[in-house]
Design a protein around this ligand. Structure first.
Ligand SMILES: *[C@@H]1O[C@H](CO)[C@@H](O)[C@H](O)[C@H]1NC(C)=O
Ligand SMILES: *[C@@H]1O[C@H](CO)[C@@H](O)[C@H](O)[C@H]1NC(C)=O
Ligand SMILES: *[C@@H]1O[C@H](CO)[C@@H](O)[C@H](O)[C@H]1NC(C)=O
Length: 361
């Protein structure tokens, strides 16, 4: 895990205590469960004391053995968000938000922007991934490998299903049950369209896991002749799923902030193009994330490290929003020119090198 992700997680840890204090037992939204990500052994606390809304607590009480997977799902989602956006102006920073607002992702959780869409999708996908892993590992009674594939295959093509195929159905079901707050229970604080948007993006995240299922095979036969193959379905790495969702984020669809019967594209010329269930949807344009906005909890890019030669989002020009950058020389000391001395030790020299580090003004 990189340092930024670790920093994120340690901040989460600090937040944990704050979360419990801020939201003792209430039904404050759907997002308190993220606090579990920071927590090694949440089981010890028991479902009643975890930062969950009432419906999630109920689910947790009925299925306490799923708690480790919930924590792992949250950790996967947060880590992948940090990783996919590490070079961007918005870098998925997990921050403490002012009391009374959404914790952890702060502004982004309720802003209805593309960033909101990504967060919902990646967190819902993380839950599917971790629960499915747990099913395949045989840790659950309610789910296991995909038994529908246990016999069958194609004798003429020389392969058959075998081993353990990941079965995402249970993970998808659980992710829906745990995250998809019904629209009718909206408190009026968030508008109907934001709730509909979030539900859609949750599902888009889950669809990404299902879409990237692939087939692995192993050869059998005399000296690796591959006369017979055993194949099984497997989920892609969560990194691949993150990449797909990042791609969906970059091509996300703006919808109208008025729902008639269903959600519509904002762009009138494109209304005929149907909205696909794996599209990411957003309502509001994103801020540019260039300058600090304490009220919204946007840190701005001042002080971020940038790449002087890159033309991409991490380049100093784009990342620093044209404000320019400072250059510091950083000294590295490392062991080098190591020689093996008979017998038996290694002698090295200390080498110093200087590198330039650029940070946004
Ligand atoms: C399955 O359970 C074992 C023992 O509780 C645990 O060590 C392991 O991490 C679990 N695996 C998954 C994928 O949940
Ligand atoms: C949603 O509202 C219905 C009826 O108003 C209620 O029965 C149900 O328990 C609520 N669900 C949650 C998750 O709060
Ligand atoms: C900076 O960007 C260039 C061009 O994209 C790349 O080759 C180089 O590895 C990057 N440097 C760092 C430190 O990431």
């Amino acid at each position: 895990m990189d340092r930024a992700a670790l920093l994120g997680l340690s901040r989460l840890c600090a937040l944990w205590a704050a979360l419990l204090a801020l939201f003792p037992c209430g039904a404050q939204g759907n997002w308190m469960w993220l606090g579990i990500a920071s927590f090694g052994v949440p089981e010890k606390l028991g479902c009643a004391n975890l930062p969950l809304n009432s419906r999630q607590k109920e689910l947790c009480k009925r299925k306490p053995y799923l708690l480790p997977s919930i924590g792992e799902g949250a950790r996967l989602g947060i880590q992948e968000c940090r990783s996919q956006f590490r070079h961007e102006r918005w870098n998925c920073l997990v921050t403490a938000a002012p009391p009374g607002t959404s914790p952890l992702f702060g502004y982004e959780l309720s802003s209805g922007t593309k960033e909101t869409a990504f967060i919902y999708a990646v967190m819902a996908a993380g839950l599917v991934h971790s629960v499915t892993r747990s099913c395949s590992a045989g840790n659950m009674t309610e789910c296991s490998c995909d038994t529908s594939l246990q016999s069958g295959g194609s004798a003429s093509e020389g392969w058959h299903w075998g081993g353990c195929s990941d079965d995402v159905q249970y993970g998808m079901w659980f992710s829906r049950k745990f995250l998809d707050l019904p629209v009718r229970n909206s408190t009026g604080k968030e508008s109907k369209v934001l709730l509909a948007m979030n539900l859609h993006n949750n599902e888009a995240g889950r669809q990404a896991v299902a879409k990237l299922m692939s087939v692995d095979c192993r050869c059998h036969g005399v000296s690796g002749s591959c006369a017979v193959k055993t194949c099984w379905k497997t989920m892609s790495s969560f990194e691949k799923i993150g990449h797909l969702l990042k791609d969906k984020y970059e091509n996300s669809v703006q919808i109208s902030d008025k729902i008639k019967r269903k959600m519509r594209r904002r762009d009138k010329d494109q209304r005929k193009i149907p909205i696909r269930k794996d599209d990411l949807l957003y309502v509001n344009k994103s801020p540019n994330y260039c300058v600090e906005d304490k009220k919204l909890g946007i840190p701005g890019t001042q002080g971020r490290e940038c790449n002087r030669t890159s033309e991409g989002a991490d380049g100093c020009n784009l990342l620093c929003c044209g404000r320019g950058y400072n250059t510091h020389v950083v000294r590295h000391v490392e062991r080098c020119e190591c020689k093996f001395i008979w017998c038996c030790y290694v002698r090295c020299r200390r080498c110093e090198s200087m590198t330039d580090v650029h940070t946004c003004k």
